[in-house]
Design a binder for this molecule. Structure first.
Ligand code: IPD
Ligand code: CA
Length: 279
C-alpha cells in the first residue's frame, strides 16, 4: 500500500534544511571555487548546487520516502524500495549565476508527482533563498506565499504591465523579432534571472506575465512553478494556447507563456502570433 505523506510539511522541512546547509557556503562565493562536474542539465555544478540537492535528498530519506529523484544536477537517482511511487523533480538552485555574483534573486525548486510528467505534479515548493520567501501549492488546494493564499493581478493596460521576458543566450535572432512589438508597447520589461521565481511573481501579482519561448529552459527549472501559477489562478500554456505537458527530465526543454489573467494572455499570444504570420 502506498503510504500517505504530508508533502506540505516535508517540503517545508526540505526548504529549512536547504537554508541551513547553504548558509556557510554563501559566505565563500567570492572565493575561488573547486572544479566540479557538469550537471545532468548540462551546466557546471557549484558546491552550493550540491549542498542544496543533498539537503533535499537527506530530508526525504530521513522521512523514509521512496522516490525517484529527477535533478538538474544528479539526473535520475532512485531511493528506497519502490522508487516508482513518487517522483521528486528539483532544481536545487535556480539562478546560480545570480547567487555566485551576489545578486539577490535565486531559489530552490521542488515538485512532487506520481508520474514523471508535468501534468502529474501535485505538490510544489519554490523557496526564494535570499528573501526567505516561499511559495507552495498543492493540487486543487490553491497556492500560497509564506502560508498565505496568493492570486495573480486582475489586470491593467498592456502599456502599464510588468512583463518578464527571457532572451538569454539561445536562438536570439529568431526569438527577439517575435517579441519586438510587445516590448515596444510595454513600458516595464524585466528579467531577473531565476525563471522558477519569475513564474511565482506572476502567480502572486508582483508581475503580470513571464515569457520564455526560447526552448532552452528545462522542466526541472519550472515544474514546481507550473503548479504554483496554475493553483494561484494564472495561465501558463504553449504559445499556441495548448496546455503545457512535458516529461520531467533535466534534458527536456519547454517553451511557455505565463500570464496573470486571460485578457493579458490573449494579448501576448496574439502579439506573438502576428509576428509569426508576418514571416
Ligand atoms: C537558469 C535561470 C535563468 C534562465 C536559464 C536557466 P539555472 O537556471 O532560470 O533565468 O535564463 O535558462 O538555466 O541554470 O540558474 O538553474
Ligand atoms: Ca540550477
Amino acid at each position: 500500500m502506498v503510504r500517505r505523506i504530508d508533502w506540505k510539511s516535508v517540503l517545508n522541512e526540505c526548504k529549512d534544511r536547504v537554508f541551513e546547509d547553504i548558509a556557510p557556503l554563501l559566505k565563500t562565493v567570492d572565493q575561488q571555487q573547486p572544479d566540479m562536474d557538469i550537471g545532468a542539465g548540462g551546466d557546471p555544478i557549484t558546491r552550493i548546487d550540491c549542498a542544496a540537492e543533498n539537503a533535499v535528498v537527506q530530508t526525504l530519506t530521513e522521512h523514509d520516502v521512496p522516490f525517484t529523484l529527477i535533478s538538474e544536477e544528479s539526473g535520475f537517482k532512485e531511493y528506497g524500495d519502490s522508487p516508482q511511487e513518487t517522483y521528486v523533480t528539483t532544481d536545487p538552485i535556480d539562478g546560480t549565476t545570480n547567487l555566485t555574483r551576489g545578486l539577490p534573486f535565486y531559489a530552490t525548486s521542488i515538485a512532487v508527482s506520481e508520474k514523471p510528467f508535468l501534468s502529474s505534479v501535485h505538490s510544489a515548493l519554490v523557496a526564494d533563498l535570499f528573501h526567505q520567501t516561499f511559495y507552495t501549492a498543492q493540487k486543487k488546494r490553491g497556492a500560497q506565499r509564506n502560508g498565505r493564499r496568493i492570486e495573480p493581478s486582475k489586470g491593467c493596460p498592456i502599456e502599464e504591465a510588468v512583463i518578464g521576458i527571457d532572451l538569454n543566450g539561445y536562438r536570439v535572432p529568431e526569438i527577439a523579432p517575435r517579441l519586438t512589438s510587445l516590448i515596444q508597447k510595454t513600458k516595464h520589461i524585466r528579467h531577473f534571472g531565476a525563471n522558477a521565481l519569475e513564474i511565482c511573481y506572476v502567480a502572486d501579482g508582483s508581475t503580470d506575465a513571464f515569457i520564455d519561448i526560447r526552448g532552452k529552459l528545462r522542466t526541472t527549472d519550472m515544474a514546481a512553478a507550473w503548479l504554483i501559477i496554475n493553483e494561484a489562478g494564472g495561465r501558463i500554456t504553449t504559445e499556441n494556447d495548448e496546455p503545457l505537458e512535458a516529461r520531467l527530465d533535466p534534458k527536456q526543454r519547454v517553451k511557455f507563456v505565463a500570464s496573470a489573467n486571460e485578457k493579458m494572455h490573449r494579448i501576448i499570444l496574439e502579439s506573438l502570433k502576428a509576428k509569426k504570420e508576418m514571416k
